[in-house]
Design a protein around this ligand. Structure first.
Ligand SMILES: [Zn+2]
Length: 408
């Protein structure tokens, strides 16, 4: 994160502020870590640091990841079944990782920063994770995970919820940067009893904390909520977590989230890969954000995501990498470049907005990051241009393989 004191002036061939059109021969003035002005340079550079033939962009926002799984890169291949992948992820054979969950978070934070990411929404658990988030060199909204299904283990749920609430309260009572926040993540409808969801929702509403969940990630989740059958039921039975007390709501995951009261909390919803027209109507009226994870979506071979329709309906769609157990890098720019190759619907500007302003909004940080606008943090990134003479610098950035670097 940038130094908070002093002033500096930068020049660049192009500045892409996101809040407005690209500026050729741009000049960016920074005072005490915040942007003072962004404009076209007039006259000689003076004391400005000339960054050369580059594009300057707002730092990118990763709206969904699990940095505790940073050491799992390439270790959990997809074998055609999501529940099998969960079994493989949880398998003891996978436990020979090169470090603790905390060193994994720290490694993931460093990798994120090097990829031009300035803010992450990270799901994890434990006091040590919260401490990593609080001390992070970039903005972090940490979501402490809670889960547990079936009332047979209700006491366990209660204890796990109380531990999560204590972690949130302790982290918030310790000095932290203004770009740090902590909330709860009830894991997913197939792993989290409605009572646990309601408890998490009530806690976050009472304390004004952010809330996040995995939702509508697979068609098997639809099946589980429709009639409590299918691969998730089998997995719960296999793990001794099924006692028959879960009452299937008989509706879609998004509709279920609505009934639970979750959509009224402006939640961050990871994936929403399977949504009906009625679901999109519910989301559009709710203020929820959807974190679409393009390369993880491909990894699991899902049906096409409806992000373009979501955007048309005014839903705040942002970009996540998900964890390195289902992705190759923690680079949000890699997500955008992948999407640029695959997407037939959106403009370059719409893609970049998802990875900057929309992500900042989903994390509640839109007053501080997400665009190069006066008053916001000067957390920008620099991408060398393949073709310095281009009139479309963003197209150049999205079609090149140049690696971004953080602001000098
Ligand atoms: Zn996830």
């Amino acid at each position: 994160m940038r130094s908070e004191k002093g002033s500096a002036v930068y020049r660049a061939r192009w500045i892409i502020p996101v809040a407005g059109p690209p500026i050729e021969n741009g000049r960016l003035e920074v005072v005490d870590g915040c942007i003072a002005s962004v404009q076209r340079a007039s006259g000689p550079g003076g004391d400005a640091l000339d960054l050369g033939d580059v594009a300057v962009l707002p730092g990118l926002v990763n709206a969904h990841t699990h940095l505790q799984l940073t050491f799992c890169r390439g270790r959990v291949p997809y074998r055609g079944s999501f529940t099998q992948w969960i079994r493989d992820l949880a398998s003891p054979a996978r436990q020979d990782l090169p470090g603790s969950p905390e060193t994994a978070i720290e490694a993931g934070l460093r990798e994120s920063l090097q990829a031009g990411v300035v803010a992450v929404a990270d799901i994890g658990h434990g006091r040590a994770a919260a401490e990593c988030w609080r001390r992070a060199p970039l903005a972090v909204i940490g979501f402490h995970e809670v889960l547990g299904i079936g009332p047979r283990a209700r006491q366990d749920h209660e204890r796990s919820f109380e531990a999560a609430a204590r972690v949130c309260e302790k982290a918030s009572s310790t000095p932290a940067p203004p770009t740090f926040g902590i909330g709860l993540s009830p894991h997913a409808p197939y792993s989290t009893d409605p009572a646990v969801y309601r408890q998490a929702i009530a806690f976050c509403r009472r304390t004004g904390r952010p809330i996040c969940t995995h939702l509508a990630e697979t068609s098997e989740e639809w099946q589980f909520l429709a009639d409590a059958t299918g691969p998730f039921r089998e997995l719960l039975e296999e793990w001794g977590l099924w006692d028959g007390s879960f009452e299937s709501p008989g509706c879609s995951p998004v509709s279920y989230a609505h009934r639970l009261g979750l959509l009224a909390c402006r939640p961050l919803l990871a994936h929403v890969n399977y949504a009906s027209d009625e679901d999109l109507d519910l989301l559009a009226g709710s203020g929820a954000s959807v974190a679409y994870c393009p390369r993880t979506h491909r990894f699991f071979e899902h049906q096409p995501h409806r992000y373009a329709e979501m955007l048309r309906r005014g839903i705040n769609v942002c970009i996540g990498t998900d964890s390195l157990a289902s992705n190759e890098t923690l680079s949000v720019l890699d997500e955008l470049r992948f999407l640029r190759r695959e997407d037939r619907h959106l403009s370059d500007e719409q893609l970049l907005t998802m990875a900057t302003l929309a992500g900042a909004k989903a994390l509640g940080l839109e007053d501080r990051i997400g665009s190069l606008s006066p008053g916001k943090r000067a957390d920008f990134v620099v991408v060398p241009l393949d073709n310095p003479a281009t009139r479309e610098p963003l197209a150049d950035v999205l079609t090149s393989t140049r690696v971004p670097s953080p602001a000098p």
